[in-house]
Design a protein around this ligand. Sequence first.
Ligand SMILES: Cc1ncc(COP(=O)(O)O)c(C=O)c1O
Length: 365
Amino acid sequence: MISMNDFKAEPETLRLAELAAMERVLRSGWYVLGKELQAFELAWARTCGAGHAVGVGNGMDAIEIGLRALDIGPGDEVITTPMTAFATVLAIIRAGATPVLADIDPRTALLDPVSVERCVGSKTRAVLLVHLYGQLQQMEKWTALCERHGIALLEDCAQAHLAQWNGVTAGCFGSFGAYSFYPTKNLGALGDGGALISNDEVLAQRTAVLRNYGQSVRYHHPVPGLNSRLDELQAALLMTRLEWLEEFTERRRQIARVYHLNIVNPAVQLLSVPDQARSHVYHLFVILSKERDRLGQYLDKNGVQTFVHYPVPVHRQLPSKDISRDPAGLAYAERHATQCISIPCHPQMNDADVAKIIDLINAFK
Ligand SMILES: Cc1ncc(COP(=O)(O)O)c(C=O)c1O
């Protein structure tokens, strides 16, 4: 089976380095909020070109804590996309704010600025972009839109490690970028993990307080925070895995290029080719088909695993069925949810795997 991820096939040198990192933490006798986290936060901030990185428990908490650090909560609206992991919207709800859903651009499945404009109102405090599947697009449009309305630009970068637009890395365009290091992400831990990056020192300090019970100095809690810390073991493992991120990302891009050039079945559509070489990091390679379910079954029968990101848009989930949305509707998100299917695109695949998937898709009737 060619699977969507294959951690067991990762290079032995990486495996040995991870074992050494784990042993270092174990022997240090210090497991939470220590040197490993500090070192990783510095390294991740530097990698992203951000002033600050603050490690937290997971990607969803990074968004919630970022919103709370900006004092975005009850009575405030945050516009985002219905085509995302439910965690994006759940984080807004948990921060006490009101999510408002705008429709997507069908060519990329990213938020559509025209639909977002229709959703902006007097209560809007922010637009939360999701760099879905690993893509950044037209960031100057988003910064201009948010500036024009005097609202914050926030980025959910859970799928977009190292993605750049005009040389600026995901998470550095607005008030904060929220990263997930869930194992399957392009930079993944061996468990849950996340980080918030920002160029705003005050915001980063507030985030560091909020992640640790709202504690300013030991046993003083001026704000009701969370317990959401990136532990030493995960920080040490992430530091080790970070050394491979550039190479792994380049392999994802290579595979994606081959897919773009060679998948030619008229029963299958590809999303648009990225406008800039480094703007897409292919966390997922997603294709569209009116026969999505049949295509998935056919690939599965022929030894290729697929997933669907996402079959149920956010406004169809029970907790958000009455959620506010673009008055013109969310038709493109609805359609995308019925047609999208993710095919394997990960650094451990070999050329024969890629060729087999292309041949199978092209032979699909
Ligand atoms: C776009 C997006 N946002 C947020 C999250 C939440 O990240 P985590 O699972 O680390 O909480 C994910 C992960 O599934 C995601 O893909």
